[in-house]
Write a protein that binds this ligand. Sequence first.
Ligand code: ZN
Ligand code: ZN
Length: 213
Amino acid sequence: MLTTGEKPGVGTYKCANCGTIVGLDDPDDTLSPCPSCDNTEFEEVCYLCENEASVSGEFGRDVSFVRCETCGKYYLGEPSMWVKHYREEAPREKRTMLSAYTRERFERGENPPEFGDSNALKEIITKYENKTLDEKLENLIWYIRKKSSQFGDSVSWDARKDYPITYSLSPEGFTKIRDLAMEKDLLDWPARGAGLKLKEEGWKLGTELMKRE
Ligand SMILES: [Zn+2]
Ligand SMILES: [Zn+2]
C-alpha cells in the first residue's frame, strides 16, 4: 500500500477507499490525498484495466513492464505520455480492448506486446471491438478446453479477472457469454462457486479450435 507524500513514480494509482484513479506523469510527483474522499492510501494499478497489478521499470528505458492477472503481461512505452494523454483520449471501453489483446497473447504463450504508437493501438482496439458473439463464445470454449487436461475437468474462473477472454468490457460481459455457452449446451456450471466444465459438444468444439492455432 502506498501513502500520501510518497513519490511512487510514473503510473496509475487507485484510492484504497473509493477507487478513484490518479495518474502521476512525472517521476518526481508526490502522491496527494484522494481528490474525491481525502483518503491517504493507494495501490498501483494496471494502465489498461485498473485492477491491482505489479508494475516495474526497465533500467535505461522509458518503459513500464506490467504483470496483471486480468491482462497478462505487457510493456508500455513512454508511460508518462500514457498518463498525460492516452488515458483521457481513450475511454475505458477502448483500453479494455487492449486488455483483451494482451490477455489473448498471454494465454497463447506469445511474447508480451509493447504498446507505443497510438495508430497501432487504434488498430488493435478496432479489431477487438468488432469481435462477433461467435468469436467471443469460441474464445471462452477454447480457453476452458486449453485449461482442461481431460474431458470432465472443472476449470476455475473469476469473471472479474477473466472477462478479457470473452473480449468483453466487464465481468458482466463474461457471465453473459458463459450463460450463452450453457444455453447452447456447450458448457456446464454445476453450482455457484464451482468451476466450468465443457459438455460433449463444447469439448469437440474446443478441441477443434485448439487445432486451428
Ligand atoms: Zn478516494
Ligand atoms: Zn490489467
